[in-house]
Design a protein around this ligand. Structure first.
Ligand SMILES: C[S@@+](CC[C@H](N)C(=O)[O-])C[C@H]1O[C@@H](n2cnc3c(N)ncnc32)[C@H](O)[C@@H]1O
Length: 345
């Protein structure tokens, strides 16, 4: 199976991937929480700076309408490259903070994708109110103390327009299919969704409630997505053995979900520290492709097939040995063998 983690700028790496080879894109592009400041240039990662206005607030969290325009330009370039490597009918699920979701959607549309839906990743944990009070600014004004107190009183504790965030947007974009849904599926196995994938036992809905990763699962990256949510998206929009791409891999959540579900993965991340975290997480993730699922074996990989057949023969040998020992009354060693077989399995 081809599985690749690239350290680099996705604008450079995407053109090196095979055309029409990707079955699904799940990605969480940077949106001004990663140290991008107001002079944010196309995808360039800048050192974290402070606003100087509110001591603890990263520059990127300061409202600036140029951010949306810069994001749209950058994501149009990325989307154009994603489009080339994706199969006809393939889906792209692109995360966005709600206030920039329109820019993200336009960028995808500019690159010829069809915008199919808008989903919400809903969460409760660690959703602190982001609004801040005006008192700090009033106290910096050139006016008497009495006037300042009067103004603070007049504002009645009003804050900046940010409610407690409880969801992130996910845009569902699709590379246009060729022919009908059925014709496209028969040719590419893309473009249709698996309604059996469920987060809560009910039919999958546009609101996906999954809590943010807990502190104990925190891996040092500031915007880690929950593996359970990514797995749900992978099940909805792909089948085992297909290839999932994330051009903004971060700490590797998309690749971890793909590996666990027996999909191939390709991830691109510009920051080598995050690449190390992603590789560590991938080493620890169980490999869904290693189960006895013929579907996920690569037909061109002879070694995988030889291993598969040898493993099957070995298990059959162990089982027949256990049965013959049982027949001869050697119950204990038969039980040990069955236990061994279960572990190998
Ligand atoms: C929002 S984070 C992704 C987090 C990821 N979903 C996770 O669960 O860990 C976006 C990532 O994109 C990376 N990035 C920013 N610009 C990039 C570029 N031009 N090419 C590749 N990666 C980039 C950042 O370093 C950051 O780790």
């Amino acid at each position: 199976m081809k599985e690749d983690i690239y350290t680099g700028n996705c604008l450079d790496v995407l053109p090196t991937l095979d055309k029409d080879s990707i079955d699904l894109v799940i990605t969480d592009p940077p949106y001004f929480l990663d140290g991008f400041d107001n002079n944010w240039k196309k995808g360039q990662v800048l050192v974290k700076e402070r606003t100087g206005v509110i001591g603890g607030l990263p520059v990127g969290m300061k409202f600036d309408r140029r951010q949306g325009i810069a994001l749209q330009e950058f994501m149009t370039d990325v989307s154009n490259l994603m489009y080339v490597v994706m199969k006809p009918g393939a889906f792209a699920v692109v995360f966005s903070q709600p206030r920039l979701a329109h820019r993200m959607a336009i960028a995808l549309e500019e690159a010829n994708f069809e915008i199919r839906d808008l989903y919400a990743w809903h969460f409760n944990r660690r959703s602190q109110p982001k609004a801040f009070s005006m008192d700090h600014f009033v106290r910096q004004k050139v006016m008497s103390d009495d006037e300042k107190e009067e103004l603070i009183e007049k504002l009645q504790g009003r804050k900046t327009p940010q409610l407690r965030p409880q969801f992130e947007a996910m845009i569902l974009a699709q590379k246009p299919k060729i022919g009908t849904f059925i014709e496209n599926w028969l040719e590419h196995e893309t473009g249709l969704i698996d309604m059996a994938a469920s987060l809560d036992g009910k039919a999958p809905s546009t609101i996906m409630t999954v809590e943010k990763p807990s502190r104990s699962q925190f891996n040092g990256h500031s915007t880690v997505k929950p593996v359970r949510l990514i797995e749900h998206l992978i099940k909805l929009f792909s089948i085992p053995g297909q290839t999932v791409l994330d051009p903004f891999l971060g700490s590797g959540t998309t690749a971890v979900g793909a590996k666990k579900l027996g999909r191939r993965y390709i991830g691109i991340e510009i920051n080598p520290e995050y690449v190390s975290i992603a590789k560590r997480r991938l080493d620890m993730a169980p490999d869904g492709g290693k189960c006895m699922n013929v579907e996920v074996l690569d037909p061109n990989n002879m070694l995988a097939w030889v291993c598969f057949i040898l493993k099957r023969l070995f298990l059959m040998f162990c089982l027949s040995l256990s049965m013959s020992r049982s027949a001869w009354g050697q119950q204990k060693s038969a039980k040990e063998l069955v236990f061994f077989v279960t572990v190998v399995q």
